[in-house]
Structures are given as C-alpha cells and as structure tokens.
Ligand binder design. Structure first.
Ligand code: NAP
Length: 298
C-alpha cells in the first residue's frame, strides 16, 4: 500500500465513529493492534486487562496474545513493526533476549530486561515497567519505601527490576536467592546485600517489607520459602505471584502483616505500558477489576 493509502486508513481508524456504516470486518482491520509475545502465553491476563482499558478509554484498539518461540522473537518484533502494531509487551522467555533487538532506555538496559516495546518514527524502543509497577503497587497501598529495609526473595527477571527500582526509591535492599551468586551479583549492581535462602530465618524478621519475586507459590502445593511464623504485625508482605492466593499471603494475614498480591503490580506495569504507547492515562481500577473477575472465573 502506498503512503497515501496508509494515511487514509489511519485517518479512518481515528474517526471510526464518523463512519458507523462501515462493515464490522473493515472496522476490525482499521483497529490499532497491540500484543503480548510469550511462550507459553495462553494464560496471560494481559489481553483481558488491556482490552478493558482500551474500551474504557474509547480507543479503537485490540490487544492480543501471540505465542512466539524464543528463536523467532526478532521476526516477531520486526513483523509487528512492519504491520504498524501500536506496541508490545514481552513475557517469559523474551524479556532478556529483547535487549539485543530493540533500543532499550537506560532503565531497561540497567535492569537487563525489556517488557514493553514501542514503535516510533522507525525506531523500536524498549522499556521496563515491571520495577515501577511494583513501586506503584506499594505506594498505592500506602506503604513507605524510602529509608525502609526491604528483603527481596528472588533474583530472576522480576527480582532484578524490583530491586533496582526500590533501590532508586531509597529503600535499603537485601536480596536472597536460591542461587546465592545471582543474589550477590544483583546486590552489587543495586547497592544492596546478597544472601542465600538459608539466611531467611535471620533476614525475614529484620525486614519491614518482604517481597516474594520467585515463582514459588504459583502452583498449589509449592513448599514455603520460610516458616510463616517469622512474619509479624507491622510488616508488609508483597507476593508478586498473581494467579492464586499463596501460602505466603495467608501466613502474612495470620501474622497481622499487610498482605499485597501480584495483581496491583500487573495492573500498574500495564498502566505504564499504555501511557508509553498512547500518552493516555490508563484506568487502573477498571483494569484491576477485569483481572480479578477473570481470575474468579478461571
Ligand atoms: P525468572 O526470571 O525465571 O526467575 C525465577 C526466580 O524464582 C529466580 O530467582 C529463581 O531462583 C526462583 N525460583 C524458582 N524456583 C524456585 C524454587 N523452587 N525455590 C526457590 N526459588 C526458586 O522469573 P521472573 O520473570 O522473575 O518471574 C518470577 C515470578 O514473578 C513468576 O511467578 C511471575 O509470574 C511473577 N511475575 C509477576 C509480575 C506481576 O506483574 N505481578 C511480573 C513479572 C513476574 P534461581 O535464580 O535460584 O533459579
């Protein structure tokens, strides 16, 4: 299609209300497409959440999930750019590999992971909204971060993003990981301290905020990372697992601690993605309700 034809389509897409007589399939083809790439991706909550946001914003847009194999990520991203997608989210296993395909901003480069991609004037730009999403989730719950002792369990993709963002927000960060070496390396990068999981019995009672950034708890029957009786009133326990109520969160409630699940982080990283793509303020409450409703129905 020549440039003139494409501009007409963009014009039509932005003025769909003016053309109510267009057949449904034409309207669909004029919609701005967004997507999440992952493998597996079937259970992603992002389409439900982001489509609820686009509807509430009145945008003519559709958000889809695509299973993209690890070795085809470059093809997928370049294809999305060629087809004028509005933007992408990336999930397991693509967040780190994307660094060599897109131009990461300073934050994504420092975190070593990209979870949001924007296409702008021929450039493919990479961002990381996971860390800021976690900070926003804590702030929205009224939890203070600056000057506070935070224990992050996990040094994978999410752990890295959260550790960096919390350190930037002024927290005193300790990181414990099954592979202790990864915790020590991450701690060195963010100015914190690194430990193995055997140190948790000492670290948990000392922390004011305990973050689970491992995948432990995603499956019913997963063993606990530590004895729940180590938790106490006055602490905040933030478990970023979002697909079920974890034993850790139940332990936190029993101990009288503030318990925050992974849904608000999921929502805020999505809110920030929409802001990057469209410049619009996304409706966090609508998005959270869509996610919780979907989880209730699964
Ligand atoms: P990842 O890069 O694969 O990292 C996994 C982490 O979990 C590593 O620290 C790993 O330790 C640890 N781990 C795995 N199995 C363990 C076990 N049996 N015992 C102790 N530690 C174990 O994954 P990720 O992307 O960071 O994601 C981690 C979790 O966060 C997932 O549940 C994901 O769904 C969730 N998440 C939530 C959000 C949100 O918005 N709420 C966003 C991103 C991720 P080793 O280094 O020793 O292997």
């Amino acid at each position: 299609m020549d440039g003139g034809g494409f501009r007409s389509i963009l014009f039509l897409r932005d003025h769909l209300q003016t053309y109510p007589y267009l057949p449904e399939y034409t309207k669909l083809s004029l919609m701005q497409v967004y997507a999440v790439f992952g493998d597996p991706v079937e259970h992603s909550l992002s389409p439900v959440m982001q489509n609820a946001a686009f509807s509430a914003l009145g945008l003519s847009a559709r958000y889809l999930a695509f299973r993209v194999r690890r070795e085809r990520l470059r093809d997928g991203i370049l294809g999305a750019e060629a087809m004028h997608f509005g933007g992408l989210n990336l999930t397991i296993p693509h967040k780190e590999a994307a660094l060599s395909i897109v131009e990461p901003d300073e934050n994504a480069a420092a975190m070593g992971a990209v979870n949001a991609v924007a296409f702008r004037d021929g450039s493919i730009l990479g961002y990381n909204t996971d860390g800021l999403g976690a900070v926003r989730a804590l702030e929205e719950a009224g939890v203070r971060i600056a000057g506070v002792r935070v224990l992050i369990i996990g040094a994978g993709g999410a752990g890295k993003a959260i550790a960096r963002q919390l350190a930037l927000s002024g927290a005193e960060v300790s990181i414990a990981n099954r592979d202790r070496r990864r915790a020590v390396d991450l701690a060195a990068a963010v100015g914190g301290r690194g430990y193995g999981l055997s140190d948790l019995a000492k670290l948990v009672p000392e922390a004011e905020i305990v973050v689970n950034a491992t995948s432990v708890g995603m499956r019913a029957g997963d063993p606990r990372l530590f004895d729940g009786r180590l938790l106490r009133e006055g602490q905040t326990v933030f478990d970023i697992v979002y697909n079920r109520e974890t034993e850790l969160l139940k332990d936190a409630v029993r101990a009288g601690a503030v318990a925050i699940d992974g849904v608000p982080m999921l929502v805020w990283q999505g809110v920030l993605s929409i802001e990057i793509w469209t410049g619009r303020k996304a409706p966090a409450e609508v998005m959270e309700e869509a996610v919780r409703e979907e989880l209730r129905n699964r």
